[in-house]
Design a protein around this ligand. Structure first.
Ligand SMILES: [Zn+2]
Length: 243
């Protein structure tokens, strides 16, 4: 990872991040992530001025995609954590129900199509805390089971790797060089197929620590049709990380 670079375009200043990839031989590739952040993949010996030139050459394209992503984000309203509001869990919509109870310790549970919160204090901050804790608990349990299940079925994994959770705004997961899987707890709101795809992706990194053709070959063999859940997930990112 490198310090932030800035693309100046009219009055706009767009920061972008350069990721040097030793396996990349020639071309520079520019991506605009669903949240509007700009990533430039470059061969590791690429001089800075070549990168700047490549980014500048595509500035119109970058600006269009950044504007599009910002526009999508602007339609997502902040949550109020009141009864009637919609919450997502494993890709399904539930209705939040906040029940005031002087004896309650602050609990959440699913009942039919509702997520019911019992709490003494019903202010948004308190309810948000209870909902977040509930998501985390569910995520830990669900992810652990899925990692165990998938690890058992993947020939290059002898033992399910350790994992931890980390809230991230533009990443669903990662895999450390030491083989620890990191997953974004917001992922528990996504459909099951999306969660399965992210976990397979991270488990495949235990064999290939890069995004080489061999890596995608492996993912494709063990998760055929993975492009579909990935696309679905990318399209939902601003809704899923909104809390
Ligand atoms: Zn990856």
């Amino acid at each position: 990872m490198s310090p932030k670079h800035i693309l100046a375009y009219g009055d706009e200043r767009i920061p972008y991040e350069v990721k040097f990839d030793p396996s990349r031989k020639t071309r520079i590739a520019i991506h605009v992530e669903p949240d509007g952040s700009v990533i430039v993949d470059a061969p590791s010996d690429q001089p800075d001025e070549m990168i700047q030139k490549a980014v500048h050459k595509r500035s119109r394209w970058i600006m269009d995609h950044v504007a599009e992503a910002r526009d999508r984000f602007s339609h997502v309203r902040p949550k109020a954590y009141v009864s009637g509001e919609e919450v997502l869990y494993l890709g399904r919509r539930y209705m939040l129900k906040v029940v005031q109870d002087d004896a309650a310790t602050g609990t959440a549970r699913l009942r039919g199509n509702r997520l019911e919160i019992s709490t003494k204090f019903t202010d948004a901050g308190k309810v948000r805390g209870i909902v977040r804790a509930w998501y985390r608990l569910r995520a830990r349990d669900y992810f652990a089971k899925l990692i165990d299940k998938q690890s058992a079925a993947l020939p290059w994994i002898a033992q399910a790797p350790p994992f931890r959770m980390l809230e991230m705004t533009r990443q669903w997961g990662s895999c450390s060089p030491q083989g620890q899987v990191i997953l974004n707890p917001h992922l528990i709101k996504a459909p099951r197929a999306c969660i399965e795809y992210v976990i397979i992706h991270e488990l495949a990194h235990l064999k290939h620590h890069d995004h080489s053709p061999e890596f995608f070959d492996l993912v494709g063999r063990h998760a055929p049709g993975w492009e579909k859940p990935k696309k679905l997930l990318d399209g939902m990112v601003e809704v899923l990380v909104n809390d």
